[in-house]
Design a protein around this ligand. Structure first.
Ligand SMILES: Nc1nc2c(ncn2[C@@H]2O[C@H](COP(=O)(O)OP(=O)(O)O)[C@@H](O)[C@H]2O)c(=O)[nH]1
Ligand SMILES: [Mg+2]
Length: 295
């Protein structure tokens, strides 16, 4: 059983400890630690000294770093672990994280940071953003995750090889879950610890948060447009039934219609709703046809 640990780094002062811990934690396995580096400081030198294979990232971005890392793992690797270089994750929990893959049918195992989170490790804004994004992913893709944005993950190498990933930045983390789900992979979540980071954060909450949400909308639109249009169209029709119901009620009671504007609004909402749903049906037919043509 061979395990590769991939750590993307951009100026990470704790990298020596992180690499040391990972190698020590996996001493009973055949192990390689790969650091994909984009630093201006001595991070790569420290990583090499601690025993990691260092690959220099030419382009930039968190997702791009992992794509470089995935293509650098040895051919005999069975499990790939993803981890930050900032000491937030406890490398000694790697054996626990990979267990559902090594001893079970799991393809993708995610570490849930909310299980054992040190105070101050994640600020309220990021906690809120994570909850929102996780809720949307769960709702749209029928999952029950607690922490979709975790950076501590393990993947069965054979499953990883079939994923189609091309998000260069932080949305990569969501893309991976959504694609794994679409390919009916077995996804598990295990409780992990999460500590305060050493060194400066690279995540830009507002920029990365909106990039992640726009990725999710794009993925749903491309793969399952009908879900989005049906939801919007239904809301229109629901609104039209409420306002139209009031108009009809008044007409039945008094025999006259006094709310002309409301009447027009109801009719427009109803027709709009039907149009949006029809459009969704068309979009669905088009995307299915395109997908069939690609095969
Ligand atoms: N090579 C590389 N590493 C990056 C890049 N962006 C972030 N990282 C690293 O990816 C890991 C996750 O970033 P971090 O700032 O901890 O994000 P957070 O855990 O979501 O707050 C850290 O080890 C960073 O040094 C990048 O563009 N290139
Ligand atoms: Mg981090």
């Amino acid at each position: 059983m061979k395990v590769a640990v991939i750590i993307p780094t951009m100026n990470e002062p704790a990298i020596s400890k992180v690499v040391d811990d990972a190698r020590q934690a996996l001493r009973h396995f055949d192990t390689e630690v790969i650091v994909v580096d984009k630093s201006l400081d001595d991070t790569p030198r420290k990583a090499k000294k601690a025993g990691a294979i260092v690959v220099t990232q030419k382009e930039s971005g968190y997702g791009n770093a992992y794509m470089v890392g995935f293509s650098s793992v040895g051919p005999d690797v069975d499990v790939v672990v993803m981890m930050d270089g900032d000491n937030t994750y406890d490398a000694y929990e790697i054996p626990m994280l990979i267990d559902p893959i090594v001893n079970g049918p799991t393809d993708v195992c995610l570490g849930n940071r909310f299980a054992r989170m040190e105070p101050g490790a994640m600020n309220a804004r990021n906690r809120f953003g994570n909850r929102m994004i996780t809720g949307v992913i769960n709702g749209l893709y029928g999952l029950k995750l607690k922490d979709s944005q975790t950076g501590f993950r393990a993947l069965r190498k054979s499953a990883l090889d079939t994923l189609d990933l091309d998000e260069d930045g932080m949305p990569f983390a969501s893309e991976m879950i959504i694609d794994a789900r679409k390919k009916s992979m077995r996804i598990a979540e295990v409780p992990i610890s999460y500590r305060q980071r050493i060194g400066e954060a690279k995540l830009k909450a507002y920029k990365d948060g909106s990039l992640i949400l726009s990725l999710i909308i794009r993925m749903v639109r491309d793969y399952n447009p009908f879900a989005i249009f049906l939801t919007i169209g239904s809301l229109f029709i629901l609104g039209s039934l409420l306002s139209g119901g009031y108009v009809v009620y008044e007409w039945l009671m008094n025999g006259v219609i006094t709310h002309l504007a409301l009447t027009i609004l109801s009719a427009m909402l109803f027709m709009g709703g039907i149009q949006v749903i029809s459009f969704g049906l068309l979009a669905d037919i088009i995307t299915s046809a395109l997908r069939a043509a690609k095969r």
